[in-house]
Write a protein that binds this ligand. Structure first.
Ligand SMILES: NC(=O)c1ccc[n+]([C@@H]2O[C@H](COP(=O)([O-])OP(=O)(O)OC[C@H]3O[C@@H](n4cnc5c(N)ncnc54)[C@H](OP(=O)(O)O)[C@@H]3O)[C@@H](O)[C@H]2O)c1
Length: 188
């Protein structure tokens, strides 16, 4: 089975983005270059990524991907975008739009991953869907020294300490990089 990893930056109070889906708070944090270097190493082992539609639409807009498909950074990776809507495709990219139960998607994810790993990009509820289905092995968070008070949640599920093992702690600039191993719950 491929290893399924949730890797994301987060605020100290557990948000991926603010209420308007802005990441402006993230890009001003010192040490992003060091965090980026660790991320490049991580990306080398990834064969599949999965994201929800808000995250995809953020990328489309932020990178102007419809007009500049060459800016799609993940051309060597099979990408699944979960949505009930019809969304623009990035020309030349292997982006597969799917909807519904992530367990039904799982065989296709396994086939695409081969001997590589799966990166769940977010958002938090989509990661929760994979955790609910028993398909989440690792959580890697880069915690930024920021609190927002509200926004898009990191992982809106109850997963207690009997299922999470702190594997490593590192510092990259002003980010605290925490890696947790996830043990399946009784439901998954
Ligand atoms: N800090 C970081 O590094 C980081 C990382 C990741 C994301 N982000 C940001 O965090 C925010 C996350 O947004 P979000 O919480 O709204 O999450 P999201 O997962 O990006 O988008 C949620 C939407 O995806 C669709 N969806 C999810 N699961 C589905 C399923 N099983 N079947 C069909 N459709 C499904 C639904 O929309 P529709 O059906 O209406 O399309 C749902 O409303 C974004 O702004 C993103 O840019 C930040």
């Amino acid at each position: 089975m491929p290893r399924v990893i949730y890797n994301t930056a987060t605020t100290l109070d557990g948000y991926l983005a603010d209420d308007e889906n802005s990441l402006s708070w993230l890009f001003v944090v010192a040490g992003a270059d060091e965090a980026e270097s660790a991320f490049s190493t991580f990306l080398k082992g990834i064969r599949v990524l999965v994201m929800g539609s808000t995250t995809y639409e953020w990328l489309l807009e932020h990178e102007q991907l419809v007009d500049h498909p060459e800016k799609w950074y993940y051309s060597h990776i099979v990408s699944f975008v979960l949505s009930t809507r019809t969304l623009p495709q990035v020309a030349g990219a292997d982006i597969r739009f799917r909807k519904g139960d992530v367990d039904a998607l799982w065989p296709e994810v396994i086939a695409a991953a081969g001997d590589g790993s799966v990166w769940i990009v977010g958002g938090g509820d989509l990661v929760g869907q994979f955790a609910d289905a028993g398909h989440l092995d690792e959580i890697r968070v880069s915690v930024a020294p920021v609190t927002l008070g509200s926004g898009k949640p990191l992982l809106p599920r109850r997963i207690e300490s009997d299922r999470l093992t702190l594997e490593s702690v590192a510092q990259a600039g002003q980010f605290a990089e925490l890696v947790y191993l996830v043990r399946r719950g009784s439901g998954g």
